[in-house]
Design a protein around this ligand. Sequence first.
Ligand code: FMN
Length: 317
Amino acid sequence: MKQRLLDLLGIEYPIIEGGMAYIGDGKLAAAVSNAGAFGQVGSAGRPLADFEEQIRLAAELTTKPFGVNLPIGEHSDPRERVETILKYKDKIRAVSISAGNPRPFIPVFKEAGLPVMVVVSTAMHAAKAEQAGADILIAEGTEAGGHNGPAELTTFALIPQAVSAVTVPVIAAGGVADGRGVAAALALGAAGVQLGTVLIATEESPAHDNYKQALLAARGEDTTMMERSVGGVTRVLRGPYIDEVLAFEKTRPTRETLYPYIKGEKNRLAVLEGQMEQGYAYSGQGVGLIREILPVEQVIRNLIAEARATIAALPSL
Ligand SMILES: Cc1cc2nc3c(=O)[nH]c(=O)nc-3n(C[C@H](O)[C@H](O)[C@H](O)COP(=O)(O)O)c2cc1C
């Protein structure tokens, strides 16, 4: 399965950059791909023209394969993004689809020759996505930063269940922050891992330094969920802004009255402008393992070396 994943994506290491709203730009995607892993340009949080620009930039900055992420529910009209992806199909190696029903989109990309990865959070959805034609599944546990699946399965519980439910490679996402996590994911049957939070705290990431420093300072218990009052599950860094949001959520808002607190602009303010008290920032629970801001290549190299050492040092039963 690991080899199948490496062959499908044309990569050296079974590590993928998760789609990341505002953060997943062309420069970061290229840095990840240049390090032998799989970078992805995210479509969330950027206007259509910028999405196109970031795809072009990634293609300029790397000769290695990279992908794009399409979170369907983030766009009022995802068809425009689909058109852009198809326009650049010769530069893009694969597409990941999240946040919505992937069924109508999978054949469109596959007909264009692009392998499709689908982000799922239960074994049942993994099986459905495979039936719909997904080539790779990204099984994301609730440790992950950002929008989570409502079932809130942990990565540890989800991965073996998803692996047992399908015949295509499964990538583990959520809470993987060092080489021990990579080794554990492989032990659970995953073909590789998807990283989010760890890649924000890198030199090439466009995150504001205040966000990077907040990640360095945070411990594993410093994340929480927002949007529960309206049926959402979104993992964010704790802080004064989130205290305000959670206090408002206690008043049982509607989606409309909560919207001013959780709209994308509030995310942008924190993560790109560094106004951490005026907006929110996503983080996964693995944040407690981030100790320094490093170049992406070093992060990937450390992960691989530590995963190899972990596997070699496993005690026998
Ligand atoms: C800042 C941030 C933004 C994210 N935006 C997206 C997104 O637009 N689309 C998506 O499919 N997943 C998104 N995710 C989830 C990541 O792709 C990835 O699965 C997750 O971060 C993995 O868990 P980790 O944060 O513990 O590494 C985001 C995560 C973070 C931290």
